[in-house]
Write a protein that binds this ligand. Sequence first.
Ligand SMILES: [Zn+2]
Length: 172
Amino acid sequence: MRRMATERRAYGEPPRPGGGAAATKGGVHDSDEAVAPEPDPGPCDLCGGPIPPSLQIFSLVPDSSVIHPEDPGQDGQRLLAACSPEHLSDLQQHYRRRPYVNEELWSGKIARALRAHPEGLDDEHLVQATGLNVIQIEHALSWESERFLRGETLPGADGTTPGADERPADEW
Ligand SMILES: [Zn+2]
């Protein structure tokens, strides 16, 4: 029942007849959500400067705000790219200070599942689509609404925290 992983590359869009999966890769994205880091990082995550090809410094850090567009196995980790060892260590410190919140990760998974199913999902299908259990889903939703009420944003979320303002009404 894991239809979403392979067939639905462009989330929130209906599948296009005859459309190619290749066409949606990387470029066109109707959603205003940012995409999780690609394996091919661009500029330095700290200063935005170019990364010399000879000096590719990457680091994978835990970050509960990161939801991979397709692969749930890569949720919760951010690939940092830096132009120098100094900038990499600054970045690592930044994310080390950032709290890792399971509920944040879970709500990201829920938001991704709902983007793939704009028609809404009932509890059973939401469990299937997210890989979470009902308790985790409840925790994630109450965490999200509490955070919303407080107007809180965790640092380092790049303003991309999924689902905060676009979640469909409580259809499920
Ligand atoms: Zn830099």
